[in-house]
Ligand binder design. Structure first.
Ligand code: NAP
Length: 306
């Protein structure tokens, strides 16, 4: 199945597909993740978001190999876990590449600033080395607030291309300072947890509005549109890369198929943001650390390593 994917151009000139299949959350506890990943490739995903923390890079590598899809047609990203004594971001990347069975990753991310308190500049220098040596085509960060970005930018030769954050309407207001910083420096925002308002906190102020927009889009399209597609479209219309996941083939197709639905109007975009502002809620622990969301932060399935 081949579905054209929209690409965003990042600040080092490379291009990133605007929807990615994540190997964290739903897949972390899945024993048969290889089949799920093969299914995601067969259903049109070309961008894969991995991490050392998810402990399944070798499974992703095996799925890529089994798919027979040429390496050059895929965009593979990974992130490193807290560094062990004697380990650097570069030795960690070599270990990841071995597990993935690849010679390079398209994007390499610092998973969370809280893993490297007081050492962010030092870590970023090694990330730059990984890029210079071609082990990572692009480098970026995840869960970084403005102060973390400012810290690494002071001495940076290469800007981070991407900052991967928990983005959904219930986080939108508190993300505005970091999003403004991204805009100023040409950093692409990548999102995870985008569907959280729908499936991790149903019954919130967003639900009736999403249903109204969904119904309008469905009537215009003449075939089904889902609530997930409405939120995914909202992210994509903000030029945000959507990192999602699923264990189910139908949902994989539904996510990729979002490219085919009509755009939300400017008024609908604003309505989503206003309804989102009525509830301030984070679902992932790194978000709580970096954005001080505080006591309202809720963890997903008790797992903070996602
Ligand atoms: N950088 C970080 O710190 C960080 C943190 C968290 C996540 N991530 C990355 O982002 C990826 C995606 O994260 P996410 O899981 O938060 O993405 P998401 O897009 O918010 O949620 C995907 C989940 O929604 C469920 N879902 C979709 N449609 C549904 C429906 N109609 N009813 C019920 N459930 C539905 C899927 O379950 P089914 O399997 O049942 O379809 C899937 O588990 C992760 O795998 C990981 O790669 C990164």
């Amino acid at each position: 199945m081949t579905i054209p994917t929209f690409h965003l151009r990042v600040n080092d000139g490379t291009k990133i597909p605007n929807i990615a299949f994540g190997t964290g959350t739903a897949l972390v506890h899945q024993e048969d993740a290889q089949k799920i990943l093969e299914c995601a490739i067969a259903n049109g995903f070309t961008h894969f978001d991995a991490a050392q923390r998810y402990k399944n890079e070798a499974v992703l590598g095996a799925a890529i190999k089994a798919s027979g899809v040429p390496r050059s047609s895929l965009f593979v990203s990974t992130k490193f876990a807290p560094l062990q004594v004697g380990q650097t971001a570069k030795t960690a990347l070599s270990a990841s590449l071995e597990k993935l069975g690849l010679e390079y990753v398209d994007l390499y991310l610092v998973h969370a600033p809280s893993d490297h308190v007081g050492r962010l500049k030092e870590v970023w220098k090694v990330m730059e080395e990984c890029k210079r040596e071609g082990l990572a085509k692009s480098i970026g960060v995840s869960n970084f607030g403005v102060e973390h970005l400012q810290e690494i930018l002071e001495d940076a030769e290469f800007l981070p291309c991407v900052n991967q954050l928990e983005v959904h309407p219930y986080m939108w207001d508190c993300l505005q300072p970091v999003m403004a910083f991204h805009k100023e420096h040409g950093i692409i925002t990548s999102s995870f947890g985008g569907l959280s308002p729908l499936f991790r906190a149903p019954g919130g102020p967003l639900d009736p509005l999403i249903e109204r927009i969904r119904a309008r889009l469905e009537a215009t399209r003449g075939k089904p549109v889902t609530s997930s597609q409405v939120l995914t479209k909202w992210l994509q219309q903000h030029d945000i890369v959507v990192v999602t996941t699923s264990t189910k083939a139908d949902r994989m197709r539904e996510y990729v198929d979002t490219g085919d639905i009509l755009e939300l109007t400017a008024e609908e975009m604003e309505e989503i943001e206003s309804a989102g502002a009525e509830r301030h809620q984070a679902f992932f622990k790194p978000t709580k650390y970096s954005f001080n969301v505080g006591a309202s932060a809720t963890q997903v399935r008790g797992n903070s390593q996602l």
